[in-house]
Design a protein around this ligand. Structure first.
Ligand code: UP5
Ligand code: MG
Length: 189
């Protein structure tokens, strides 16, 4: 077995809500391995894999890459890590993702962190990020928000029905958000 269910932590939130930023903090404090599905997909494009062009086109359109591609990348990264505590960032993004991941890995998250943030604030953050991402332009950002509401929110609702969602006000400063995050990750939880 790759890892024990007990340690699965999963986090999600809209585009620019601060998932990557807070994951870096959580890794420092709590020793998880951070697996960003988006970062793995971008690395796959860079590696020149046969799926690269398809992935690039989907990211540019803000669309969700087929589960079989993403799940395989996540599974491989989990095996490579040698860790058994994972923070999965930005995944699952739709019901298909969720069902495929649980079927293939047999893993269900211990809980799901939901970073609640207004679209206005997320848009501001994404437009000032300046990392040269192909999806950080206003047209793609609008598409990402739409896909998030239509496809990703239902996944949050699914986990909420299982009492697994921990909602955080992600509109505050990075330090303030981390104070809230820390409470959720303290061992007593
Ligand atoms: N920042 C962060 N926190 C802040 C705060 N509290 N106050 C002020 N500024 C703050 O943060 C974004 C920016 O805001 C940064 O400049 C940061 O300094 C600042 P970041 O931590 O990067 O936010 P994050 O939520 O990680 O934003 P990201 O853009 O990465 O989210 P997305 O969910 O859009 O991106 P992701 O990489 O996960 O996915 C990209 C695309 O890949 C998807 O649209 C999709 O096409 C594809 N994809 C799939 O197909 N399947 C998957 O499973 C995953 C991705
Ligand atoms: Mg990110």
């Amino acid at each position: 077995q790759i890892c024990s269910n007990k340690w699965q932590k999963l986090r999600t939130g809209g585009p620019g809500s601060g998932k990557g930023t807070q994951c870096a903090n959580i890794v420092k404090y709590f020793g998880f391995t951070h697996l960003s599905a988006g970062d793995l997909l971008r690395a796959e494009i860079k590696s020149g894999s046969e799926n690269g062009t398809m992935i690039q086109n989907m990211i540019k359109e803000g669309k969700i890459v087929p589960s079989e591609v993403t799940v395989k990348l996540l599974q491989h990264a989990m095996q490579e890590s040698g860790n058994n505590k994972f923070l999965i960032d930005g995944f699952p993004r739709n019901e298909e993702n969720r069902a495929a991941f649980e079927k293939v890995t047999g893993i269900e998250p211990e809980f799901v962190l939901f970073f609640n943030c207004s679209e206005e604030e997320m848009e501001k953050r994404l437009l000032s990020r300046n990392e040269g991402r192909v999806d950080d332009n206003i047209e793609t950002i609008r598409k990402r928000f739409k896909v998030f509401v239509e496809s990703s929110i239902p996944v949050i609702e699914y986990y909420d029905a299982k009492s697994k969602v921990r909602k955080i006000d992600a509109g505050k400063s990075i330090d303030e958000v981390f104070e809230e995050v820390k409470k959720i990750f303290t061992p007593a939880n």
